[in-house]
Ligand binder design. Structure first.
Ligand code: CP
Length: 321
């Protein structure tokens, strides 16, 4: 594996999930694989889980890890080509990415969308430039449109906790006070759509009017604006807010109650409730669920290690060929 950016970088979902679960059973079985290899984690935005779980995964494989908080500690980056850099930007991504590639065998990059320029965000301009200039394998730590380590984690968690062969999985929009990216729901939708195509889940998306995701990510999903109908017989409910894709980055007022709580949980097949975190309590998801027996959010966050470890393992195996 030379790049981990979307579900299309993984052929067989069952294989990668089973490999991740075997790493969970024996975390240090490959601790020689990453010896003398360096992972660089580059953050243009904040992170708790992605930063720590990826570091831990790399350490389990014997790698050295360096973390660069570009947003706080780096030079102000220029990403446009053909501009005279006589403004506030100090270093071009061409040099910055290439230099980091000199120091690292594998790089990870987190870069959120602007939510202002849909074309630039959905073309993944910054991410693609980073990949082409750094010259080493790259893992997405969340890009403008996707969060694949989170989605792989989510599939691992669903596989681990499912009670039926083919569980019903519902992605449920939830309220928020800010305009959030579509990266997590896009990514969850494309991974679940592929999982559905491979016979692993039944997948439904529920959102209020105006919050349709790009069809690029939702192939084969049942899509509804009726949350109660979506929750009927659900085995997993994945709660997440996102801003509008069509009216890019906008937040429409939603008067109906879309926050997941114990009352809504009664409509489900005693569903397990998931969220990528961080979560705003009693706005996106009720405290009674988060503190109750149906919440998987902590176990889900724990599984971030195994998603990162299986991806790093595959990249290291490729480097060592
Ligand atoms: N879910 C997730 O990516 O968490 P962080 O933003 O804290 O890394």
């Amino acid at each position: 594996m030379k790049k981990f950016f979307s579900v299309s970088d993984v052929e067989n979902l069952n294989d990668i999930v089973n490999e991740a679960l075997s790493l969970k059973a024996k975390p240090h079985a490959n601790e020689e694989l990453g010896k003398y290899k360096t992972l660089g984690l580059v953050f243009l935005n904040p992170s708790l889980r992605t930063r720590l779980s990826t570091q831990k995964a790399a350490m389990n494989l014997g790698m050295n890890v360096m973390v660069m908080n570009m947003d706080k500690d780096g030079w102000a980056l220029e990403t446009r080509d053909g501009v005279v850099m006589n403004g506030t930007t100090v270093e071009h991504i061409r040099e910055a990415a290439a230099v980091m590639g000199e120091y690292c065998d594998i790089l990870g990059l987190r870069s959120f969308p602007s939510l202002k320029d849909k074309e630039a965000d959905y073309n993944e301009d910054l991410f693609n430039k980073f990949i082409s200039y750094c010259g080493v394998p790259v893992i997405s730590l969340e890009s403008a449109t996707r969060h694949p380590l989170q989605s792989l984690t989510d599939l691992i968690t669903i596989t681990e906790y499912k009670q039926v062969e083919k569980p019903k999985v519902v992605l449920a929009w939830a309220p928020h006070v800010k305009a959030l990216p579509q990266a997590v729901p896009n990514s969850f939708a494309e991974w679940m759509s592929k999982a559905q195509a491979q016979g692993l889940v039944d997948f439904t998306i529920a959102h209020p009017p105006g919050y349709d995701l790009s069809q690029e990510f939702t192939q084969g999903a049942t899509i509804t604006q009726n949350l109660d109908a979506a929750l009927d017989n659900a085995d997993f409910v994945y709660v997440k807010n996102w801003s509008s894709f069509k009216d890019y980055g906008k937040v429409y007022p939603v008067t109906d109650d879309w926050m997941m709580n114990n009352e809504k949980l009664k409509l489900t097949n005693s569903a397990k409730v998931m969220h990528c975190l961080p979560v705003r309590r009693d706005l996106e998801l009720s405290s009674e669920i988060l503190d109750g027996p149906n919440s998987l959010v902590i176990k889900e966050a724990g599984n971030r290690v195994w998603a990162a470890q299986v991806v790093l393992k595959r990249m290291l195996e490729d480097l060592n060929k």
